[in-house]
Design a protein around this ligand. Structure first.
Ligand code: GDP
Ligand code: MN
Length: 389
């Protein structure tokens, strides 16, 4: 689960990580009071969406009057912000963070994430902050500094010093960096985060360190022990299909491609996606209907896949071990009766009652292609998607 910048900054504040002074508004009418409360003569208006790259997309603006701030609020609130991370449809803006501007001398990058390879928490820092860190890593990898924290030992002072020297900070700033990284590390472990990112971490004109931006991603599997964090969820920022899937206990993840995949079992679903790729296609989703799938659940899954406008063809790949193929066939037929299917569907059923399932599909009069093997199914669905393009 992702948090908004303003929510992440509230967490930062709890862990004594310095942030700019700011307030949130959700209507243009509230802007004047917000500016008055913050004081000063200039303000930064920041659209709150679950995507980075807001600055370049016009979602972060510096204004020099409360009237300009209100005008930006009227422009932004209720609209959708499209950034290079948001997808073409963009994300709805329901909240703005208004802040006192920070005088920036330098923009740094700092993040912490779970490094699965070393099973440690990895801090990444760079003097090239404010930019796309992936680009910095690809083009100038020598500008990326790394340090891995052993969970038993915790963050060590020498690790902070090494990063601090690498970033070109002076002694007082390295001390501040130590407090800041200590806070980030504590926040990270106590909230079961998977990523905490500060981009940019700025050095102000007076030499202080301030987290100008904040991003926290939480591990969904640990949310059950953080009801306070779970309450920060903003469904407007989440894929409606993923929310729908959750309601039907389906394991669904939306992807970029155009081939809808309905599979039972996470491992088989991964293998199916690999085979689709191998045959030159790209999956539109990961979907595991689960071992104990009922006809109803299969019908819901099918509708979910078809509700994605990107989908040009659907691949159903079921291995009937625990689940019976005739039940899957029943679900598919039920779903097709409920919703219009405008794209080709390729079905591969194998295992318990596969023959019966295939017979039911054939007798249903539905325009389905069947395949005898997974490779053949992948081949057929990729060809079908190309035809409907
Ligand atoms: P992002 O584009 O979504 O990552 O949003 P950020 O919060 O990182 O803001 C984008 C950029 O806006 C930053 O890299 C800064 O250059 C600029 N910016 C944001 N807040 C301030 C501020 O208080 N003062 C100044 N001078 N620039 C700011
Ligand atoms: Mn940023």
């Amino acid at each position: 689960m992702n948090l908004h910048e303003y929510q992440s900054k509230q967490l930062f504040h709890q862990y004594q990580i310095p942030i700019p002074k700011g307030v949130t508004v959700s209507t243009p009418e509230a802007v004047a009071d917000a500016c008055a409360e913050l004081g000063g003569a200039r303000w930064v208006v920041k659209a709150q969406v679950h995507a980075g790259g807001r600055g370049k997309a016009g979602g972060v603006v510096l204004v020099d009057s409360p009237e300009r701030a209100a005008a930006e609020a009227r422009r932004l609130l209720g609209s959708r912000l499209v950034t290079h991370q948001s997808g073409p449809a963009g994300l709805p803006i329901g909240t703005l963070l208004i802040e006192v501007p920070t005088p920036i001398a330098q923009e740094l990058y700092l993040s912490a994430l779970v490094d699965r390879e070393s099973r440690q928490i990895l801090f990444i820092a760079s003097a090239a902050g404010g930019m796309d860190i992936e680009q910095v890593a690809a083009q100038t990898p020598e500008r990326i500094l790394l340090t891995r924290v052993h969970v038993a030992a915790g963050l060590q002072p020498y690790q902070v010093r090494r990063l601090g020297f690498g970033l070109g900070l002076d002694a007082a700033q390295i001390k501040a960096l130590g407090k800041l990284m200590g806070g980030l590390y504590k926040l990270f472990t106590e909230s079961d985060a998977s990523l905490v990112e500060v981009n940019p971490l700025v050095v102000t004109e007076s030499g202080e360190l301030i987290a100008l931006d904040a991003k926290v991603n939480l591990d969904d599997n640990a949310l059950y022990r953080h009801p306070d964090l779970e309450a920060l969820r903003d469904p407007s920022q989440e894929d409606p299909r993923e929310a729908e899937a959750k309601a039907h206990e389906l394991n669904y993840i939306s992807l970029e491609g155009n081939i809808g995949c309905m599979v039972n079992g996470a491992g088989l679903a991964m293998a199916t996606m690999d085979l689709v790729q191998l045959h030159g296609g790209t999956p539109a989703n990961f979907l595991d209907v689960g071992g104990g799938a009922t006809a109803d659940r299969v019908a819901e899954a099918f509708k979910l896949i078809l509700s994605d406008p990107k989908v040009r063809a659907v691949l159903v790949n079921i291995f009937g071990g625990i689940v019976r193929c005739d039940l899957i066939a029943e679900g598919i037929i039920q779903a097709v009766r409920d919703v219009h299917v405008g794209v080709p569907v390729v079905v591969r059923l194998e295992g318990t009652n596969a023959h019966q399932g295939l017979q039911m599909l054939a007798a249903s009069g539905l325009a389905l292609e069947t395949a005898a093997s997974l490779a053949e199914a992948a081949d057929k669905v990729v060809a079908a998607a190309a035809r409907t393009h």
